[in-house]
Write a protein that binds this ligand. Structure first.
Ligand SMILES: C[S@@+](CC[C@H](N)C(=O)[O-])C[C@H]1O[C@@H](n2cnc3c(N)ncnc32)[C@H](O)[C@@H]1O
Length: 241
């Protein structure tokens, strides 16, 4: 197993290219391909990078927004400093993280939220896909709270149960939504990126939180139970603490 992983790792052309170009992760090329096709970020923009460790996407975002822009990155793990970026350790599931993100941008709305957020993979697809759906929903929830009208959002998602609900929640909040699989995603990968542009102005639609909307949708298709609905509990994402 370790030998096979090592051989694949060595053969991976994107990993080699990342190393040659000074990017910290091969995933930098996924964002470059998304950016080339959809032009999500512009020079001078303020960008939030959710799940930024080790920093490949942050590096690409800084290249795009330039000196006049602002890039804030957040991750559970510590990211080594990147000149031009404000990097913080934080959990996107924690409401306090949102306050810290906003204060990094002096309370101003962001132009773009980019999220490559992904759980620690267990290897059990259903579990990984369910946690990924929850994380992507949290990323969308943060994005809709901090984006300026017209702003853009991209998030990673794994194909499977509930992804249609996530796409629908994006469609309600952005006027342009596409699924995109960058060629830098591994051939066998079931990951897809949801690319959203043109954030509709807050209040222009009857907007509930994406978490509430997707939770209801998951209950309707029988994925989440509603047994405990009435009990007083702290709800984070789809989970109850
Ligand atoms: C695929 S990696 C991101 C790679 C990054 N885009 C790059 O190019 O270097 C996914 C990241 O999501 C982070 N993550 C997972 N759950 C998180 C959470 N609840 N809050 C913040 N970050 C989280 C992980 O720690 C991990 O570093």
């Amino acid at each position: 197993m370790a030998k096979r992983w090592y051989q694949e790792h060595q053969r991976d052309p994107w990993r080699r290219q990342a190393k040659n170009n000074g990017y910290r992760a091969r995933s930098a090329f996924k964002l470059k391909q998304i950016q080339d096709k959809y032009n999500l970020m512009r020079q001078g923009d303020s960008v939030l990078d959710i799940g930024c460790h080790p920093g490949g996407w942050t590096q690409v975002a800084i290249e795009v927004v330039g000196m006049g822009g602002k890039v804030v990155g957040v991750d559970l793990r510590t990211t080594e400093p990147i000149p031009g970026a404000a990097l913080m350790v934080g959990d996107v599931m924690d409401p306090l993280t949102l306050d810290r993100i906003l204060s990094e941008n002096e309370g101003n709305a962001f132009n773009s939220v980019i999220s490559d957020i992904s759980p620690n993979l267990t290897g059990r697809y259903d579990t990984d896909q369910a946690i990924s759906l929850e994380l992507s929903t949290m990323a969308l929830d943060v994005a809709v709270k901090i984006l300026a009208p017209g702003g853009s959002f991209v998030t990673k998602a794994f194909q499977g149960t509930g992804i249609e609900l996530l796409v629908k929640a994006c469609r309600g909040r952005f006027s342009f939504v596409r699924r995109f699989s960058p060629i830098a995603s591994r051939n066998a990968s079931s990951e897809v990126y949801l690319v959203c542009k043109n954030r509709k102005p807050n209040g222009s639609i009857n907007e509930s939180s994406p978490i509430a909307e997707i939770t209801t949708g998951l209950r309707e298709i029988g994925v989440l139970s509603s047994e405990q609905e009435d009990k007083e509990e702290t709800v984070v994402g789809f989970r109850r603490l």
